[in-house]
Design a protein around this ligand. Structure first.
Ligand code: UD1
Ligand code: CA
Length: 507
């Protein structure tokens, strides 16, 4: 594709957006992974502009900070007083001696497709027009500028709703607020804009009237999909835009081989990537830089933020931020993965488990009710239910290391810094603050003591006392289970089979 003209992009983003009723400038409101302004800048990407300027005013500091982070190539230009869209473009073009094509975009029209902007500019440049406006036929033109044509169908002027005659109000062809201009001819007429209108502002749209009366060629480029031209003026409109974008994004993924079981409750940021045969179940939000690998199943009821899910993994009813879930791993239901939770392949993080800044090794399991913070868990280790990695001493965080194929019994505290060696066991209910060597059993429990007949004596007349009496009379020996030898429940000598150390693997 030849690019005969140098291009300058000007995004208008100085307005307050009063009807948003927000401390946040309108153009910074988020919409599925980007700000409104971010979407507009993205739509201008294929133009390969030499210069991109963003006119800022209301909330200028916030908008500048956002640009520095999200679009460092874009130059903010301050419009201290918002005297209209024409005034805004005039200020933007004051500094640099722009030539070639100037493309103006409204900062609050975020659904615009890059192809549509490229099409507008291509038409404008091939016609050698002085100005070309992107227009659309809309079902309800209320509030928008109308495209007014002459008897031959040529653009005559663009009239704002509040300045329009009843006949002009009936026009359903509207100005999308997106334009291509010849820089030199634009600059000539910008100085001639009047403020003789209902708002007392310099309207950029009046440029067309001025160019037409000077005999310059102007054009109208029609957008095929009018929803691309929808603006955002309040939060109801923003919600409508979000639904439209959701449907657009979801349709794209379904057509590339991803199953969305309930597209209406599936919200995927434009920045997310999914692989073939991924399945996304209902009520699921995939946000930021999240990636879902081939054949992975995510949802129902899952939120992933900047989280990478490997091929074939499953994530069920869980919340994850900045985490990595390895291939074939299983998460949830009801897991919380926090930043730098890294789950290796085929590992398992189960129900009511929170993981932060930790590696869970390949095939390792943390199935139930645990907190894993600042830990390294070796491959095939088994962490029993309700194990807590005690990482915080009130001042500093410390790490815990659990070796390969280690077995940590239920209801254990691992008090960091501490290491459980490869193949070591920890008895259920222990508080481990010293290293357990490889292959050793770590145990910190006091021996169990049974006080015979305590219930009969201290809780007479209760259901428990009655049950105890029945058991003692009717079935002698039933209560003898808790004998001295089992004080360390199952963790002493291998007791064979079912009562293995720690009672953890309650799968
Ligand atoms: C504008 C158009 C209207 C079009 C509509 C499409 C004019 C006069 N009207 O109307 O024909 O149908 O967009 O959405 O242009 N801005 C500045 N500085 C200013 C004024 C506005 O930067 O002094 C920015 C705003 O932040 C916004 C954009 O320009 O991003 C459009 O301004 P807005 O006031 O929303 O214009 P509309 O009334 O929507
Ligand atoms: Ca607007």
């Amino acid at each position: 594709m030849s690019e005969p003209y140098p291009r300058t992009v000007v995004v208008l983003a100085a307005g307050e957006g009063k009807r948003m009723k927000s401390a946040l400038p309108k153009v910074l409101h988020p919409l599925l992974g980007r700000t409104l302004l971010g979407h507009v800048l993205n739509a201008a990407q294929p133009l390969a502009a030499e210069r991109t300027m963003v006119v800022v005013g209301h909330g200028a500091d916030q908008v500048r900070a956002h640009l520095a982070e999200a679009a460092p190539g874009a130059v903010p230009v301050l419009q201290a007083e918002q005297l209209g869209t024409g005034h805004a473009v005039r200020i933007a073009l004051e500094a640099p001696e722009a030539s070639g094509t100037v493309v103006v975009l409204n900062g609050d029209v975020p659904l615009l497709r890059p192809e549509t902007v490229a099409g507008l500019v291509a038409a404008h440049e091939s016609e050698r027009a002085a100005a070309t406006v992107l227009a659309a036929e809309v079902p309800d033109p209320t509030g928008l500028g109308r495209i007014v044509r002459d008897a031959d169908g040529r653009l005559e002027q663009i009239v704002e709703q509040r300045d329009a005659t009843p006949a002009q109000l009936a026009v359903r062809e509207i100005n999308a607020g997106i334009y291509a201009f010849d820089a030199v001819r634009l600059r000539d007429v910008l100085g001639k804009l009047s403020t003789d209108n209902d708002q007392g502002e310099e309207y950029l749209t009046d440029v067309f009237k001025l160019l037409v009366s000077a005999g310059e060629p102007v054009g109208v480029h029609l957008a095929g999909d009018h929803t691309e031209t929808l603006g955002c003026n309040d939060r109801v409109e923003l919600a409508g835009l979000r639904r439209l974008l959701r449907d657009r994004v979801n349709e794209r993924w379904m057509r590339t081989g991803v199953s969305l079981l309930d597209p209406e409750t599936t919200w995927i940021d434009v920045t997310v990537a999914l692989d073939r045969d991924a399945v996304v179940d209902q009520n699921t939000q995939l946000r930021g830089g999240s990636v879902v690998g081939a054949g992975a199943v995510v949802g129902p009821d899952v939120t992933l933020i900047d989280t990478v899910v490997g091929p074939g993994a499953t994530v069920l009813r869980s919340h994850a931020v900045g985490a990595e879930v390895g291939a074939g791993a299983s998460v949830g239901p009801y897991a919380y993965l926090r930043p730098a939770a890294r789950l290796a392949e085929k590992s398992k993080v189960g129900t009511f488990v929170e993981v932060k800044n930790s590696e869970v090794g390949a095939g390792a399991k943390v199935p139930h009710l645990s907190y894993v913070g600042d830990a390294t868990i070796g491959a095939r280790a088994n962490i029993g239910a309700a194990t807590i990695f005690v990482n915080y001493d009130g001042v500093n965080k410390h790490r815990t290391v659990v070796g390969e194929a280690a077995f940590v019994g239920c209801d254990t505290s691992l008090i960091a810094p501490v290491e459980v060696g490869a193949g070591a066991y920890v008895a259920a209910g222990s508080a481990i603050s010293k290293d357990v060597p490889p292959g050793a059993l770590g145990v910190t429990r006091a021996p169990q003591r049974n006080v015979e007949d305590w219930v009969t004596r201290r809780r007479p007349g209760t259901a428990s006392a009655a049950a105890a009496e029945r058991a003692l009379q009717g079935a002698p020996g039933v209560t003898s289970a808790a004998s001295e030898g089992e004080a360390i429940h199952g963790a002493a000598e291998p007791v064979g089979g079912a009562s293995g150390a720690g009672d953890t693997a309650t799968e």
